[in-house]
Design a protein around this ligand. Structure first.
Ligand SMILES: Cc1cc2nc3c(=O)[nH]c(=O)nc-3n(C[C@H](O)[C@H](O)[C@H](O)COP(=O)(O)OP(=O)(O)OC[C@H]3O[C@@H](n4cnc5c(N)ncnc54)[C@H](O)[C@@H]3O)c2cc1C
Length: 433
C-alpha cells in the first residue's frame, strides 16, 4: 500500500506563492494554490498601466497557464476567509460557494496592503497602487481629470484638476512621478490645447529628508537630479497631514489644491495574517522562524511581504519581490524536507540589488549592492532585467514592442477611460496596521 501524499495549500499566486508552487511541481506532494484572482500580477510595471504606457493584460498572466504542466498542482480561485490551525483547514469563498480545504502544510504568501496609518481621510481620497484594479482606476481618474479640466473656465480649478501629488519617495513613488510628468509633457499637453495656458504640475512629497532611502548617497542624489531635470517638484521633510477632495495639506502648513493624490508610501501585511491568531510584528507582519515557519504554528509557513524575519544585523528583510521569490522557494523546500523527515534549512537571502527608473532614459541601479549605475545605462539595464523577469513570451514581446513604440513616438497609447471601475476604500482602518 502506498502512503498518502502530503497536501500542501499555498495561499497567494504572487511572487512568493508562485515560486513555492513551481518548486513543488512534480514532487511527491499534492498542491492546491488559492488566489482571489485567476492571474499573477507583475507589480513592478503597474505604474506604467496607471500612466497609460502599458495595457493591463501585458502585466498579468493566468495562473492556470503558468502551472498547467504540473499534474500535482490544482488551482482554486477564491478568497480565503478563515484559517483553522487546529483542524488544519482553510475556508475559501469561491464563485461556487464556500469550501473547506484541509492541509498538511500551509504556505501563506498573501502579500501586503496599502498602509494609510489609520487616516480615514487619506484612505478615502488618495489613490493606492497595489494591484491591477488600482492601476486601472488611477488611469481612469487621471484621464477624466483632463477631460474635465478641458471644459472648465475657472483657471484655479483647472490647475487643481491637473496637479498630481505623489506621496512617497521610494522606487514606486519616483517611477510614478516621472511617468506622470512624461504623460503630461509628451502626450496630454498636445491633445488638450485648452490647457496651453497652464503647466500641469507633478509634485513628489516625501516625509523624510531623502528619496530612495535604501540606495547609497550618490545614487539618491542622482535620482533627485534626474527627477528635477524632468520637471517634477520635490518636497522633502514634510509628511502629508490631510487629504480632502481637491486639497492636500502638508505638515509644514503648505496647502496644495489637487484632485489626484497617489499614495505610494507604507505597506502593511495582508489582513490574512490576523487569521493565525499570533502576535504580529511591526506593520502587521507575521513573525517567522528562520525556516519561515510561523512561531507557535506548526506546519504553517509565511513568506514574502507578510513575513517578518530579521537578517543577521537585526534588520527586517525588505518587502520586495526578490525576498518573496527566495522565501517561497525556501519554504517549499522545507516542506519537502519535512515530508522526508529531513532537517529544514534556514532562509538565506541573496541580495541581487535594487533599481528604480526615473523616466525616459533616466534611472538608478545598485547591482548586487556593489555596482552603481545612473542615467541611460541604468535605464537600459532596468528595461532588460524587467523584460527577462516578466512572465510569458507574449507579454515580453508585447511590452518590448510597446516600449520601442513609446520611445520612438513619445506616445502613451492606452488612454482609455473605463467607466465601470470604482475604487476600493478600506473599511474600519485600524489605528496602526
Ligand atoms: C506598484 C508596486 C511596484 C513594485 N515594484 C517593485 C519592484 O520594482 N521591485 C521589487 O522587488 N518589488 C516591487 N514591489 C514589491 C513586490 O511587488 C512585493 O514585494 C511582492 O509582490 C511580494 O510578494 P508576495 O508573494 O508576498 O505578495 P504578492 O505578490 O502581492 O501576492 C499576494 C497574492 O495573494 C493574493 N491574496 C491576498 N489575500 C488573499 C486572500 N484572502 N485570499 C486569496 N488570495 C489572496 C493576492 O491576490 C495576490 O495574488 C512593488 C509593489 C508594488 C505594489
Amino acid at each position: 500500500m502506498t502512503a498518502q501524499k502530503a497536501r500542501v495549500i499555498i495561499i497567494g499566486a504572487g511572487f512568493g506563492g508562485l515560486n513555492a508552487a513551481q518548486t513543488l511541481a512534480g514532487q511527491a506532494v499534492d498542491v492546491l494554490v488559492i488566489d482571489r484572482n485567476n492571474f499573477h500580477t507583475f507589480t513592478p510595471l503597474l505604474y506604467q498601466v496607471a500612466t497609460s504606457g502599458l495595457d493591463p493584460s501585458e502585466v498579468v498572466y493566468p495562473v492556470r497557464q503558468i502551472l498547467q504542466k504540473a499534474s500535482n498542482i490544482d488551482f482554486l480561485m477564491g478568497e480565503v476567509v478563515s484559517i483553522d490551525h487546529t483542524a488544519q483547514q482553510v475556508q475559501v469563498r469561491t464563485r461556487a460557494g464556500e469550501r473547506t480545504e484541509p492541509y498538511d502544510y500551509l504556505i501563506i504568501a498573501a502579500g501586503s496592503v496599502t498602509q494609510y496609518y489609520g487616516n480615514e481621510a487619506i484612505a478615502r481620497n488618495a489613490f493606492g497602487l497595489k494591484d491591477l484594479k488600482d492601476a486601472v482606476v488611477l488611469r481612469n481618474h487621471i484621464l477624466s481629470q483632463f477631460e474635465q479640466a478641458a471644459w472648465t473656465d475657472d483657471i484655479d480649478h483647472k490647475r487643481a484638476l491637473t496637479t498630481m501629488v505623489v506621496v512617497g519617495g521610494g522606487p514606486t513613488g519616483i517611477e510614478t512621478a516621472g511617468a506622470l510628468h512624461e504623460l503630461y509633457h509628451y502626450v496630454l499637453r498636445h491633445e488638450y490645447p485648452e490647457m496651453n495656458d497652464l503647466t500641469p504640475h507633478v509634485i513628489l512629497v516625501e516625509a523624510s529628508d531623502r528619496l530612495l532611502a535604501a540606495f547609497p548617497a550618490p545614487l539618491r542624489d542622482s535620482a533627485r537630479q534626474q527627477l528635477e531635470s524632468l520637471g517634477v517638484e520635490i518636497v522633502l521633510g514634510s509628511a502629508v497631514e490631510h487629504v480632502d477632495a481637491g486639497i492636500i495639506r502638508l505638515a509644514n502648513g503648505r496647502v496644495i489644491p489637487a484632485h489626484t493624490v497617489v499614495w505610494s508610501t507604507g505597506v502593511a501585511g495582508s489582513p490574512l495574517g490576523r487569521m493565525l491568531d499570533v502576535p504580529l510584528a511591526l506593520g502587521g507582519r507575521v513573525p517567522v522562524l528562520d525556516t519561515l515557519e510561523v512561531h507557535g504554528r506548526e506546519h504553517i509557513y509565511v513568506v514574502g511581504d507578510l513575513a517578518y524575519l530579521e537578517d543577521e544585523s537585526g534588520t527586517p528583510y525588505p518587502q520586495v519581490a526578490q525576498v518573496a521569490i527566495q522565501q517561497g522557494k525556501r519554504a517549499a523546500h522545507n516542506v519537502l524536507r519535512r515530508t522526508e523527515n529531513a532537517a529544514e534549512n534556514a532562509f538565506q537571502y541573496r541580495d541581487l540589488g535594487i533599481m528604480a527608473t526615473v523616466g525616459r532614459s533616466r534611472a538608478v541601479a545598485w547591482l548586487g549592492n556593489r555596482v552603481p549605475l545612473t542615467g541611460f545605462i541604468a535605464w537600459v539595464v532596468w528595461l532588460g532585467l524587467h523584460l527577462v523577469w516578466l512572465i510569458g513570451f507574449r507579454n515580453r514581446a508585447s511590452v518590448l514592442v510597446g516600449w520601442i513604440w513609446n520611445y520612438l513616438t513619445y506616445d502613451r497609447s492606452v488612454r482609455i477611460i473605463l467607466e465601470n471601475t470604482t475604487r476600493h476604500i478600506p473599511a474600519n482602518l485600524p489605528e496602526t496596521q
